[in-house]
Design a protein. Structure first.
Length: 132
């Protein structure tokens, strides 16, 4: 078990370097990610989640990576530094979505379709040469 704790400490140190000392940028990444941390630490993503299940501190580190990613996506998306479609797609992983609601009411009251019967009048054309 002592080996596992030292491995978690090592992973925590790598996670802090990756996030706080801009290891993700040095690694050529635009935003931090779980996949990026896995590559930085030379391990699998499933190993990261296993470490997180054993250590609250490491779990918090993974949550901070997600939070940093979310903030970067929002800020750089708003500044136009990121492709809007990609930012929108990635923000869906953080719970953001685009919703359209159709209001079938007008000024807060229901719209009721009222149809009036159509009235057709036949009018004879005026006669030529006759004055009324």
């Amino acid at each position: 078990m002592a080996g596992r704790k030292s491995k978690i400490k090592d992973m925590l140190k790598l996670g802090q370097e990756y996030l706080h000392k801009q290891g993700y940028i040095k690694n050529g990444e635009i935003i931090p990610s779980m996949a990026g941390l896995a590559l930085y630490a030379n391990c699998s993503r499933s190993s990261l989640y296993n470490y997180a299940s054993s250590s609250e501190e490491f779990k918090d580190m993974l949550e901070l990576i997600k939070a940093r990613q979310e903030v970067e996506l929002i800020n750089k998306g708003l500044k136009g530094e990121f492709n809007a479609s990609i930012a929108k797609l990635m923000l869906a992983n953080h719970g953001y979505s685009e919703k359209q609601t159709l209001d079938h009411q007008s000024m807060g009251s229901s719209i009721i379709a009222k149809s009036k019967p159509m009235r057709i009048e036949l009018v004879s054309p005026p006669s030529k040469g006759l004055t009324p």
